[in-house]
Design a protein around this ligand. Structure first.
Ligand SMILES: Nc1ncnc2c1ncn2[C@@H]1O[C@H](COP(=O)(O)OP(=O)(O)OP(=O)(O)O)[C@@H](O)[C@H]1O
Length: 258
């Protein structure tokens, strides 16, 4: 089976400055890979490059096809991305915004079908948002808005989901709800997930593999137990941390200085 995404020698430069350099990365269908790393490491840039939103050299293959050969519409049926800070269109309601996720499926110059609206209602229900369908985006709280951004991406019914800090605005209950939902989709439908996260414990709870990016390069990769080690985190984050071993895996907590 082809990888959902296979990245080889990926490089992104802005103004002659290398932001991401020579990264190789594979995510299989049904697999969840989370990219961690300090601020400015290049995590968002890497995801944006996979989504076709950042100028990259090297190769990116999506489900066995070079991404450059896919038309926009084909690519949008395969890959959906939730950016860290999406644009909030003014004057738009939650339902219509989520319906934008169905755009790659609509006939040219055609309208959405009953099937499209059913997908939107289902996604809003799964994300605890059914009562928000008629609300203007601009009236939502940060956490509600973050779930609506995910709703739009899920309405796209992608086979590869790119999530840039998907839980940063969520309370712990909604964090678990969102993570559990994505987890179920990858188990039930073989959805491949590539995410970035600053919450290292949460990253370790859900990811099959963790990739630590530093200075645009892969500094470490492996299971949560392999990557979330005190010496590795101290070195790359310049942070004092303790890694506590629990039945659910390693939990990373900050430690006070002496
Ligand atoms: N369009 C751009 N033009 C110039 N520099 C950019 C551009 N986009 C990103 N950068 C720079 O590239 C570096 C990596 O940015 P990126 O957003 O990928 O980091 P990140 O690892 O996601 O960081 P954070 O954890 O803070 O979100 C940063 O130094 C950023 O300032």
């Amino acid at each position: 089976m082809s990888a959902a995404v296979a990245v080889r020698g990926l490089r992104v430069e802005y103004g002659g400055v290398r932001i991401v350099g020579d990264v190789d990365l594979d995510v299989s269908p049904g697999e969840w890979v989370t990219v961690i790393g300090p601020n400015g490491a290049g995590k968002s840039t890497l995801l944006r490059a996979v989504a076709g939103l950042a100028p990259a050299t090297g190769t990116i293959a999506l489900f066995g096809t070079p991404a450059a050969r896919l038309r926009r519409r084909e690519r949008a049926r395969l890959v959906a991305m939730v950016p860290q800070t999406p644009v909030v269109p003014a004057g738009m309601r939650v339902f219509d915004y989520t319906l934008l996720g169905r755009t790659p499926y609509l006939p040219r110059f055609g309208r959405e079908s009953a099937g499209d609206t059913a997908v939107v209602r289902d996604v809003l229900a799964r994300l605890d948002l059914p009562d928000y369908a008629g609300r203007m985006l601009t009236t939502l709280s940060g956490g509600e808005l973050q779930r609506v951004f995910l709703a739009r991406a899920l309405a796209q019914e992608p086979q590869l989901l790119l999530l840039d800090e998907p839980t940063s605005a969520l309370d712990i209950g909604h964090q678990q709800e969102v993570m559990d939902l994505v987890d179920r989709l990858r188990h039930d439908r073989g959805l491949a997930v590539l995410s970035t996260m600053h919450d290292l414990s949460l990253a370790g709870l859900y990811a099959d593999r963790i990739v630590l990016l530093a200075g645009g390069e892969v500094a470490a990769a492996g299971t949560a137990r392999q990557v979330l080690a005190e010496d590795t985190l101290t070195r790359y984050y310049r942070a004092r941390v303790r890694v506590l071993e629990t039945p659910d895996g390693p939990m990373v907590v900050p430690a006070r200085g002496s």
